[in-house]
Design a protein around this ligand. Sequence first.
Ligand SMILES: Nc1ncnc2c1ncn2[C@@H]1O[C@H](COP(=O)(O)OP(=O)(O)OP(=O)(O)O)[C@@H](O)[C@H]1O
Ligand SMILES: [Mg+2]
Length: 430
Amino acid sequence: MKKEPQSARLALHERSAELKQTLAPIRRGDVATLLAKAPRSERMFPLGDAELPYRVLVETINEGAATLDGQGKVLYANSRFAEFVGLPVEKFIGARLQTYVPAREQSKLQALLESGARGSANGHIELQLSRTRKKLIRLSLSPVKDAALQTICAIATDLTELADANEALKANEQALRHLSSRLLELQDEERRRIARDLHDVTGQKLALQCIALSRMMRLLSPTASEETKDSIAQCLELTNQIGEEIRTLSYLLHPPLLDELGLPSAVKWYTQGFQKRTGIPVDVDIAADLPRLRPEVEVALFRVVQESLANVHRYSGSATAYVRIPRDSDELKVEIGDFGNGMPLEKTKALNGDVAPLGVGIQGMRQRIRQFSGRLEIFSQLGKGTVVRATLPIQELRLQRESNEKNAARKDEELARPHGRSKAVATVTS
Ligand SMILES: Nc1ncnc2c1ncn2[C@@H]1O[C@H](COP(=O)(O)OP(=O)(O)OP(=O)(O)O)[C@@H](O)[C@H]1O
Ligand SMILES: [Mg+2]
């Protein structure tokens, strides 16, 4: 290539500096009229007062503003837009917007430019400023009418901070969900442990005390006073009652039937006890071919039944309730319903949202079900009643062979114990 003479290059440099100097006051809005000289005529271009406020506005707004040609070349840009790509405005003008957009976003930008040339179009585009620096902008495009060339007006809003905050919020939410799942898991473990201790330790000591009191009664001398006999009989009666209560409490904390026979038996047992305690009969209808599910899933579903029936008793005023567990090949549904007061629409909506302003019962159930990729829904109508429905994908939640073996081992261990909980199951009333 032929080398330009030194003097020509210097002249070009001076000319470009002169042009920049001329442009600066126009940009700032300091020039009212432009006079363009042609060989035989002169033409005035007023940049008058009417346009000045608009130019000042475009230069000072916090949004990026630019005009582009149909190929994405920047014809004009305000300094804020140039800031987005980290360039001085003079360098940005003349560049193609595509230069700052990563490969995976190119087709999106192209589609936006094409729609922006026809009518108004909006979209989010990522700008890649360096290997590590990115920006997310919202581009609003519209065609400039009456322009001789195809020109697009572009407004860019920086969403990077918003997107970062959103990401942080999502991460926090996930951490919180993880934490609450873990807390529920720990709560279940603790309930299981307390239930076992109550049954196996406290319950057994009370049983021994009953035996000792009965023995004392038998050994009493025939001359013992009636008062002494009555006192021992009262002690015996009281100890029996406490034993019964301890057993009930232990089974409510963690029903042994749940581990041994599964959800249907535990639900039937629980609803019978519920009816006795509250006077509300519960109709139970459970699919006969319900497979065994992973123990943690059965516990979660049992807690949903327990929690929902507690709500029926506390709030519904319903004379009856029902628990239905139908299934199809893919999904398992657990429905607890009543025919009582129901709830207003607003309250039902709030309860179906993520952040309910009310108690923790329903939110806890939702959290439990969500852990297993399921969903919890509340349907309610004032004066007609309420239905709580948990839906779970059944295939992934079936008891695997490995857990089957674990369960069998646990059962063996229980049976080997002298006073295993399983023995007492038949005699308990919930
Ligand atoms: N079956 C129902 N019938 C009528 N209202 C209900 C029923 N179940 C729930 N509610 C309403 O929904 C609210 C939220 O229930 P949730 O179980 O989440 O909390 P809670 O029972 O108030 O408190 P917690 O369960 O934490 O002790 C209740 O306060 C009640 O007003
Ligand atoms: Mg509740």
